[in-house]
Design a protein around this ligand. Structure first.
Ligand code: FE2
Ligand code: FE2
Length: 182
């Protein structure tokens, strides 16, 4: 049986070469020679996701302040909790965009058309919950697609989106539970 060191040695790129490369391209920050993603496409996808999250923040906040009726208090609190989490997602995505050498697009002009999810005001409490559920389902679909697209080419972005996706699924579950309230 071969020593495990020999196997590891064959697998890993020469450490000296690795360090040399890291120094040469230091201005690229977190993006190294080994980055396998199509940076331009990944940045475009992340900016679309950023727009989606920002629209979700605005829609949930609007719903938080507009919630009235018999179940309003609990639902309004849920809307606010979701808004806060969507903002955290937007921040994580914006940070990843800068890590990859891009610029997060916070331009309010065209925000709604860059977003996958829609900004629907909703009349009644139930309408708001339904619209939020639709938006969550759109987000779940689009994150799933981006995650599949990334595959193994950008594990950091992929992991971040997998974590965000799990929260969107929780949001959808919360909203569905609210709709089932008597
Ligand atoms: Fe989100
Ligand atoms: Fe969400």
């Amino acid at each position: 049986m071969k020593a495990p060191e020999a196997k590891a040695g064959a697998f890993l790129t020469d450490v000296k070469e690795l360090r040399r490369q890291a120094r040469i391209h230091m201005e690229r920050g977190a993006v190294t020679e080994g980055y396998q993603g199509d940076r331009k496409t990944v940045l475009a996808l992340l900016n679309t996701s950023l727009a989606t999250e920002l629209v979700c923040v605005l829609r949930y906040r609007r719903h938080h302040f507009m919630a009235t009726g018999i179940h309003a208090q609990a639902v309004a609190a849920e809307f606010l909790a979701h808004a806060v989490e969507e903002q955290a997602h937007a921040d994580r995505i914006a940070h990843r965009i800068t890590q990859l050498g891009g610029e997060p697009d916070f331009n309010p002009e065209g925000l709604a058309s860059r977003s996958h999810s829609e900004y629907v005001e909703g009349g009644s409490l139930e309408e708001m919950i339904r619209e939020d559920l639709v938006a969550e389902r759109v987000a779940i679909e689009s994150y799933g697609e981006i995650i599949r697209y990334l595959g193994d080419n950008d594990p950091t972005t992929r992991r971040m989106l997998v974590e965000i996706l799990a929260v969107e699924e929780e949001h959808a579950e919360d909203l569905q539970a609210l709709l089932q309230k008597p």
